[in-house]
Structures are given as structure tokens and as C-alpha cells.
Ligand binder design. Structure first.
Ligand SMILES: Cc1ncc(COP(=O)(O)O)c(C=O)c1O
Ligand SMILES: [Zn+2]
Length: 405
């Protein structure tokens, strides 16, 4: 196993507590001895339950006895036949990441990142968060018996996520600024030895998140999808999925790699703008969207994400808040999957762009529903029909229902 810089290729020691390259500031990544691993996997996986730790050989943990786990991964891959019919797609799937222990994909990363914190023997875990990172880190810190400090943009996080962070015992600080300000502060603080940073700048976290790609491959009967559509904020998750699919290919398990479509919100779309204009992204200082989880103007992982999208022959696209709310309801009403607004962005993309004819009717399409809808009940209620008050007798109920038809 080697930790290296994606810009200058210099190596970093596996026990060095750094988040970016000490030489050039580039993002870090982990590579394994794929030729050796190809001899043992996937046979070694079969005896283990579906989930992050099934893929232990491809995780950067030295001491597996320290593992901090609350049952992450192993989420459903739902074949969406009803929604697929509407969208003229025979093989539309949703990876329901909202069914992770704290209700989002972040748990895949935190189980690995917090285990790493134990290896480093650091007691104070810190992150900036649009919500889900704080919920997840708070739970894993609790399980590990470590302190958790989270910085959130003041007034801009969904209520359910805040409730989770406080009940798990995190110290929650509301920063008078946006997510990007909060992240800048935690990066500054985490250069001190007493803190360990668990944002997606942390390469170990992304190692955990890539396992969703392995699961999808297995759940589709040992094949990668043709398309993978995923919401993008800080751009760590799209990079992690791409890495997972690349590793399947390096292990000789799959020649096919999906084309990646990264979906941002129109109010927070730095990567879409950069992609369309074929340039590096410029940070956006004013960002706003109902999908608060992806309300990010300066995605730290943009280099990895841009590479993933370009190499895969995919694209970045944006959707507006109205489309997101509509897609959220459509997914819930046709498939029984309640995802938070950010998690509905890929479906919003499909609804809006189905007529582009980019995707063939028979191709295998996987949309990632990144977080659980109950995290943000306010938004769901605000845009839905309100309950109707009726008298407590069956005749008034029947009268009301007849009036509907
Ligand atoms: C529900 C949800 N979807 C998508 C994202 C975006 O993930 P990333 O920041 O890795 O691009 C987040 C990040 O907070 C999230 O919570
Ligand atoms: Zn470097």
C-alpha cells in the first residue's frame, strides 16, 4: 500500500498524519498492490457480509482490531421498474445510501477514517459540514469514545442532521459564514497535533466510500453499470466511486467502467461551469440551493472529480431547485424511496434530460440517493399536500374521498 500525491507523485508515510501533499499541497490517494490482490479477491470477499469491511484488503487499515463499525454499507440497490417506465429506461437502479446507520453515505467513509484516527492515537475529531458529515462523524466518534467537534454554516443545515449531531454528543459550532468558510477553519485547526480532520480531503475517508462501487458491481451480478449518476458538492464521493470502478478493472474483475454524471444544483455549480467552459473551476462565494448538502462553492476534490468525469467520458450537469423537489417526490411516489433533496438530484437530471437521448433504453443506469429524506422533513412537508382535517366519523371521511374522485 502506498499513499501518494496525485499532482507530484511523491509518497507520504502511512503513519504521517497529513491530509495533503507536504511538498506541493496536492490531494493524496492510496494505491495497493493490485497484482498481488488479484490472486485473492474476490474469493476472500464471499464469506463476509455485504458492506464496507467485506472489502478489507482494499482499505488502508493496518490494525483491523481497532475497527470502529456500526453496520455501514450493504445498502439496497433497487431496480426501479415504475420510475424506469416513466423515463423509458429498462435498467434503472437506485443505490439507497439513506439506509446507512446515520442515514447517508458518509458512514462508509467515517468507519475507515475514525478507525484511522485510533491508529494515529488522536482524541479530537473535527469536521466542517453541510450536515451529514457531522451526523456521521458524531456517531462514529461516540462509538470510538473520542471527542467530536463540528463546524456548520449558521442556519443552513437541515434539522434532522443537527438533531443527530447533538444527540450523539458532538460539540456543534455554528460559524457565521458558509460551508467553505467552515472548511477553511477546520483545515487551519487540523494542522495542530491534537485534531484529526474528517472532511473528504482526508484520503482514508474516500477509501471507505469507494466500497459502494464494489457493492454495485456485485449487486448487478458482477458487472459495472453503463452510467453512474451522482450528486456533487465537495466532489469527494464521485471521486471515490470512480476509484472503486477503476480498482475493479485493475483487479481484472470488470473491463466496463461507467460513464460518470456529476449533478450539481444550479445555485452551487462551480464544476458544471468549469466543465462546460473547459477550464479549472473558480470558487463561487454566493451559493444557494434547497439541497443544502451540496451547497458548496469551492469543492476541494475538484481535481479528482474532473479527472473521473473526463476519463469516464461523462459530464457535469446542473438542475434547479424546482426539478430537485419534483424528483424527490417522484422517486418517493413511484418507488417508495424517500431521499433528501441532494439525493434526488440525479433523478432530477434524468427527468430533465431524458430527451437528450444520451442514454440508451437498455443501458444500466445507477443513480445514487445519497441521504435519507427524514433528515430534512421541513422541505418535504413544505412542498407537499397538507393533511386534511376531518370529523371523527367514517361518513365524513367517505364524503371527502368521494369529492376527490
Ligand atoms: C446527501 C448528500 N449528497 C451529496 C453530497 C455531496 O458529496 P460530496 O461532497 O462528496 O460531493 C453530500 C455531502 O455532504 C450529502 O450529504
Ligand atoms: Zn505533491
Amino acid at each position: 500500500m502506498r499513499i501518494y500525491c496525485i499532482e507530484c507523485n511523491s509518497s507520504v508515510g502511512i503513519m504521517d498524519k497529513v491530509y495533503t501533499c507536504p511538498k506541493c499541497g496536492g490531494l493524496l490517494d492510496v494505491e495497493y498492490d493490485y497484482d498481488v490482490l488479484a490472486e485473492t479477491v474476490p474469493k476472500s470477499w464471499f464469506s463476509r457480509p455485504l458492506g464496507v469491511w467485506r472489502y478489507g484488503e482494499l482499505l488502508p487499515i493496518l490494525n483491523r482490531t481497532l475497527r470502529v463499525s456500526i453496520g455501514e454499507g450493504g445498502t439496497r440497490l433497487v431496480h426501479c421498474r415504475r420510475l424506469g417506465e416513466k423515463l423509458k429506461l429498462k435498467n434503472l437502479y437506485v443505490k439507497d445510501e439513506g439506509s446507512n446507520p446515520t442515514g447517508s453515505f458518509k458512514d462508509r467513509g467515517m468507519t475507515v477514517g475514525v478507525t484511522k484516527a485510533l491508529e494515529f492515537n488522536v482524541k479530537n475529531l473535527i469536521c466542517a459540514s453541510t450536515g451529514n458529515t457531522s451526523s456521521s462523524l458524531a456517531a462514529y466518534a461516540a462509538k470510538a469514545g473520542l471527542n467530536c467537534i463540528v463546524l456548520i454554516p449558521s442556519g443552513k443545515i437541515a434539522l434532522g442532521k443537527l438533531a443527530q449531531a447533538v444527540i450523539y454528543g458532538a460539540k456543534v459550532l455554528a460559524v457565521k459564514g458558509n460551508f467553505d468558510d467552515a472548511l477553511r477553519l477546520v483545515v487551519e485547526l487540523s494542522s495542530r497535533p491534537e485534531f484529526y480532520l474528517l472532511n473528504s480531503l482526508n484520503p482514508y475517508r474516500l477509501e471507505g466510500q469507494k466500497t459502494a462501487a464494489f457493492e454495485i458491481y456485485e449487486q448487478l451480478g458482477n458487472r459495472a453499470p453503463d452510467w453512474l449518476i451522482i450528486p456533487v458538492g465537495n466532489a469527494g464521493n464521485i471521486s471515490a466511486y470512480w476509484k472503486g470502478f477503476e480498482e475493479l478493472s485493475l483487479l481484472g474483475l470488470s473491463n466496463l467502467k461507467p460513464k460518470m454524471i456529476g449533478v450539481q444544483s444550479k445555485g452551487a455549480n462551480p464544476l458544471v461551469r468549469a466543465f462546460k467552459e473547459n477550464r479549472d473551476p473558480t470558487p463561487l462565494t454566493e451559493v444557494e440551493t434547497i439541497a443544502t448538502a451540496i451547497r458548496i462553492g469551492n469543492p476541494v476534490n475538484w481535481r479528482k472529480a474532473m479527472k473521473a468525469v473526463r476519463k469516464s467520458n461523462g459530464l457535469f450537469e446542473d438542475v434547479n431547485d424546482e426539478d430537485i423537489v419534483k424528483a424527490q417526490r417522484t422517486l418517493a411516489k413511484t418507488e417508495g424511496i424517500f431521499t433528501e433533496p441532494a439525493g434526488a438530484a440525479p433523478i432530477a437530471y434524468l427527468i430533465r434530460h431524458r430527451d437528450d437521448d444520451l442514454i440508451d433504453r437498455d443501458e444500466v443506469v445507477v443513480c445514487v440517493a445519497t441521504g435519507n429524506g427524514l433528515k430534512d422533513p421541513d422541505t418535504a412537508i413544505r412542498f407537499s399536500e397538507k393533511p386534511v382535517e376531518v370529523e371523527a366519523d367514517s361518513r365524513s371521511i367517505l364524503n371527502y374521498l368521494r369529492g376527490l374522485s
